[in-house]
Ligand binder design. Structure first.
Ligand SMILES: [Zn+2]
Length: 245
């Protein structure tokens, strides 16, 4: 059943009421609405718990899409009791974890501004994220860190602009970075815009982001690895250079 994905309109929504609409054979739960982000576009899905009317909790270890993008399945940890279809519950996202992922995900966008090259892969993590670029030249990681931190400290606004699938397909130039496959198929596409009037960047993305670049906090490039002749893997970590040592 298509879900009302509340996080799409409010990245800061950490809790919401919901009614169970389906239970899958593997225990996965569908709700009428959710604030849980499902694994997609390199960002891991949310974890957390649901609270039943009697106050007991069911821990959720994973959130994923079903066969269609508008299906979101919340997977309980092994051994948890099952709610029943029609039951009304309160969903709680593990917010500290999600907020780190939002900061990291936004940091990946900032890296793509500093290195405006085609992205060949990306994975957002709580401690470390990686972004792979189609890139042959060598670049100094401390210089990349300095330029990313300039964007963080400038405290640019980060916001969404919604356009229809048709608008995006008809106006491919609306997208500054063409290296990420747009999240088409839901009828509308969110462009993640950074800076007033998208002055810094705008690109289609279905993930969750912070609303001001300053929220990203201290980040640095810990490593740039050569992965083949024309591929460079950048690793982003929270903190300042030298923290790993
Ligand atoms: Zn994004």
């Amino acid at each position: 059943m298509p879900v009302n994905a509340l996080y799409r309109d409010d990245f800061y929504l950490s809790t919401c009421e919901a009614v169970v609409t389906a239970i899958h054979d593997d225990g996965g739960i569908e709700f009428d609405q959710t604030c849980f982000y499902a694994t997609s576009g390199g960002q891991p899905g949310d974890t957390g718990f649901v609270e039943r009317a009697d106050g007991s909790k069911i821990a959720l270890g994973q959130t994923k899409h079903g066969q269609a993008k508008d299906i979101i399945i919340h997977v309980p940890l092994d051994g948890e009791v099952q709610p029943h279809v029609g039951e009304k519950l309160v969903l709680h996202v593990d917010w500290p974890r999600r907020y780190r992922l939002m900061r990291m995900h936004t940091a990946c966008h900032l890296l793509s501004v500093v290195c405006p090259l085609p992205i060949t892969g990306a994975a957002v993590g709580e401690e470390e994220s990686r972004v792979d670029f189609d890139m042959a030249e060598t670049i100094d990681k401390d210089e990349v860190t300095a330029r990313m931190m300039e964007l963080v400290n400038a405290n640019h606004p980060v916001y969404l602009q919604w356009i229809t699938d048709e608008e995006l397909l008809a106006n491919p130039d609306i997208v500054k970075s063409k290296n990420v496959r747009p999240p088409l198929g839901l009828g509308r596409v969110s462009l993640v815009c950074i800076g007033e009037n998208s002055a810094v960047d705008s690109q289609p993305c279905g993930g969750t982001h912070v609303s001001e670049t300053q929220e990203v906090g201290s980040i640095y490039i810990s490593k740039i690895e050569k992965k083949g002749k024309e591929n460079r893997r950048f690793r982003i970590r929270f903190g300042t250079p030298g923290d790993e040592a």
